[in-house]
Design a binder for this molecule. Structure first.
Ligand code: NAP
Length: 244
């Protein structure tokens, strides 16, 4: 079992919650981060009930101060952060012509800038340790684009550029940087979509079903493992074949 701490952002529900549970079951000490402390406590409790170790960290990715404080707390309580899963993300969909500047910046700041700032906070510890895993949750639409999601797609494509650049920058320190690109996964984020949109998407998925958060978490758990030590700068699609 690895004696390592994994910080997972957006761990209060959906894919982040599944990642926290999977990493906890794999023996990582999990620092579960998000804004909703009550939900995080449920996640940490579930990890502990399964025999793992976990604690909660309040973090608002829209605030650089909050990111700094939360990463410092995670490192203090967990010893060091050896695995960072940048999972938290939001959408503010709309056609570009009418998109409000605030909807553009909220999405880019939370999804992309927030991830970058969190990486900056944990990097020096990983560099000293000469071991680290950074896993950024991007999206199928960061690869393919999607009408009505210019802000979200730009943030997710940005995460891919960030992943590949940092993979090159940090390889000499034995820190791997990869991205996981989910397709349509059943969470709160996709529950709000209209039925006709869901049916149209289903038609575009060769495996003919939506994905589960646990299926994304399995990819994250693998990339965090020692076995994945020779994989860096990769974008791993978990999308049922929706985009190849
Ligand atoms: P979700 O159910 O909406 O959960 C989003 C998570 O992000 C929550 O834990 C939320 O926690 C956290 N979060 C949102 N804003 C935050 C902020 N300002 N500071 C800190 N945490 C924040 O979403 P999901 O479907 O699990 O998606 C997780 C990731 O996968 C996202 O990056 C998303 O873009 C990506 N993704 C999802 C799908 C999909 O089909 N579901 C597909 C491709 C990619 P709090 O509200 O408690 O802060």
């Amino acid at each position: 079992m690895p004696n390592r701490t994994a910080l997972v952002t957006g761990a209060s529900r959906g894919i982040g919650r599944a990642c926290a549970l999977a990493l906890g079951a794999a023996g990582f000490r999990v620092a579960a981060a998000a804004r909703s402390l009550d939900k995080l406590e449920d996640v940490a409790e579930a990890i502990r009930a399964a025999g793992g170790e976990a604690f909660c960290v309040e973090m608002d990715l829209a605030s650089p101060e909050s990111i700094k404080a939360a990463c410092a707390r995670a490192a203090a309580e967990g010893g060091r952060v050896e695995v960072l899963v940048n999972n938290a993300g939001i959408t503010r969909d709309g056609l570009a012509l009418r998109m409000k500047p605030g909807d553009w910046s909220a999405v880019v700041e939370t999804n992309l800038t927030g991830a970058f700032l969190a990486i900056q906070q944990v990097l020096s510890g990983m560099m000293r340790e000469r071991w680290g895993r950074i896993i950024n949750i991007t999206s199928v639409v960061g690869l393919a684009g999607n009408a009505g999601q210019a802000n979200y797609c730009a943030s997710k494509a940005g995460l891919i550029g960030l992943t590949k650049s940092l993979a090159q920058e940090l390889a000499s320190r034995n820190i791997t940087v990869n991205a996981v690109a989910p397709g349509f996964i059943e969470t709160d984020m996709t529950a709000v979509l209209a039925e006709d949109i869901k049916q149209r998407m289903l038609g575009a998925i060769p495996l003919k079903r939506f994905g589960k958060p646990e299926e994304v978490a399995a990819a994250v758990r693998f990339l965090a493992s020692d076995e994945a030590g020779y994989i860096t700068g990769h974008v791993l699609s978990v999308n049922g074949g929706m985009y190849m």
